[in-house]
Write a protein that binds this ligand. Structure first.
Ligand SMILES: Nc1ncnc2c1ncn2[C@@H]1O[C@H](COP(=O)(O)OP(=O)(O)O)[C@@H](O)[C@H]1O
Ligand SMILES: [Mg+2]
Length: 410
């Protein structure tokens, strides 16, 4: 019963942790990438500034010797490119040059691929007349940096996966711990309901029997007293039904094993419709069964009968005189759908999800029919679910309701 809640708790726990972990990993990656890129830019800037400072000039133009040898230049990964103020290349050293168009200003350019490079443009200033004469483009391959980022990604993803597995295991333990007291108190409540219903049976039977005995000789009592005794019998009967319902629900909650057998559903429904025919006639209702082929299911016949009794009973109670109730059976692949359709008072859309709650009754139902307790649909749903099925409802206020019970075919 608490399996779903436990699972929801676990998923929520994992979801929150995964979100925190993702934010953390993204932040770590951003900071790491930024720091590493800044380090490379700083290194290239220092190298570029040293080389630019040692450039020679002639007539306001850069003069670079073709055989210039720059210390600290790693020709495999880095390159230097002197360009004049118009953007024309004067000299290139190293084999990593930017294929992107030249930018004639101090800037950092990143070429994402083929090959991936980072380039720093350093202005070259003629120290003699303090005029800008060109730029030195210092480039470095980003392959190594990308490899480092890739390793970081693998590390972060692997770490996150391991952390999630550990959190999942911790979550299972924690959700179990968190649910334990709730499960215990629910068990106690269930036991109490079962015990109380059981204990109430005998005194209720005694009240009913004594009142019936007293009613056997009504001539000896005042007419008003006889009415009182009749009312006692009716109330005792209602209370007996209620305690039986509560007992059944607590047994269903405990998932006590009941014997299952093959049930001819068509026959069971036809029989049920016949049984309710008199009650329907009394209310001037048309109650028909539309099922001809024999459809079989596996289950507990007593419970299945109870399920459909509750639904047909509701259809009769909540359909005004002159209405129509149809019970039909359809077979859809491995499922059997039993549809109970009425032309009754219907259920408001906002109340549909509440109708299966224990003791819930629409306000109109409370005033219309005092025989109900609000447990009928809870019992029906519990029985359907214990048989691997479910109940679906569609309804329109004043337009009738349609209850579909889906059960597994044999
Ligand atoms: N066929 C129906 N048409 C309209 N309302 C219904 C129908 N079946 C159930 N309901 C609503 O759902 C409530 C819960 O049904 P149920 O659990 O059987 O309790 P009860 O019949 O004892 O009131 C009812 O009180 C009624 O308001
Ligand atoms: Mg009912």
């Amino acid at each position: 019963m608490f399996q779903k809640t436990r699972l929801r708790l676990l998923w929520a726990y994992l979801g929150i942790f995964a979100s925190i972990l993702s934010v953390f990993a993204i932040a770590v990656r951003i900071v790491f990438v930024q720091t590493m890129t800044n380090q490379v830019v700083d290194k290239l800037t220092t190298l570029g500034q040293t080389v630019a400072a040692s450039s020679g000039f002639k007539n306001g133009r850069i003069q670079v010797a073709d055989n210039l040898s720059v210390q600290d230049l790693d020709v495999r990964r880095q390159s230097l490119q002197w360009i004049d103020i118009q953007g024309n290349t004067i000299l290139i050293q190293g084999n990593r040059t930017l294929s992107l168009p030249s930018v004639i200003r101090e800037s950092i350019q990143i070429q994402p691929s083929k090959p991936s490079l980072i380039t720093v443009n350093i202005p070259i200033v003629d120290t003699y007349n303090r005029s800008l004469v060109g730029y030195l483009r210092v480039s470095q391959s980003l392959d190594e940096l990308h490899e480092t980022f890739r390793k970081l990604d693998i590390g972060l993803a692997g770490g996150a996966a391991i952390a999630l597995i550990l959190v999942g295991m911790g979550g299972i333990f924690l959700s179990r711990q968190a649910m334990q007291p709730i499960e215990k108190s629910f068990d106690r409540l269930q036991q109490f309901t079962a015990d109380a219903s059981h204990e109430l049976r005998s005194p209720l039977m005694a009240i009913k029997a004594s009142s019936q005995v007293a009613l056997r000789y009504p001539e000896g009592m005042r007419p008003s007293d006889a009415e009182e005794f009749k009312s006692i019998v009716r109330s005792a009967e209602r209370m007996s039904r209620l305690t039986e319902d509560l007992l059944l629900l607590s047994r269903m909650d405990k998932k006590l094993k009941v014997t299952w057998e093959s049930i001819n559903l068509t026959e069971l429904l036809q029989h049920l419709v016949k049984q309710f025919q008199a009650q329907a006639l009394e209310k001037d209702l048309t109650l028909i069964s539309q099922s001809n082929i024999d459809l079989m299911i596996k289950g507990n016949s007593e419970q299945i009968l109870r399920l459909f009794t509750n639904l047909v009973e509701n259809a009769i109670h909540y359909t005004p005189s002159g209405g129509k109730i149809t019970v039909s059976v359809n077979s859809i692949s491995q499922w059997i759908d039993v549809v109970i359709q009425d032309t009754g008072v219907g259920i408001a859309p906002e109340q549909i999800e509440k109708i299966f709650d224990r003791f819930w009754r629409a306000d109109t139902s409370r005033s219309q029919w005092t025989g109900g307790s609000g447990l009928g649909l809870a019992i029906a749903q519990s029985i359907a679910e214990s048989h691997g099925g479910k109940i679906k409802v569609t309804s329109q206020l004043e337009g009738g309701s349609c209850f579909t019970v889906r059960l597994l075919a044999l």
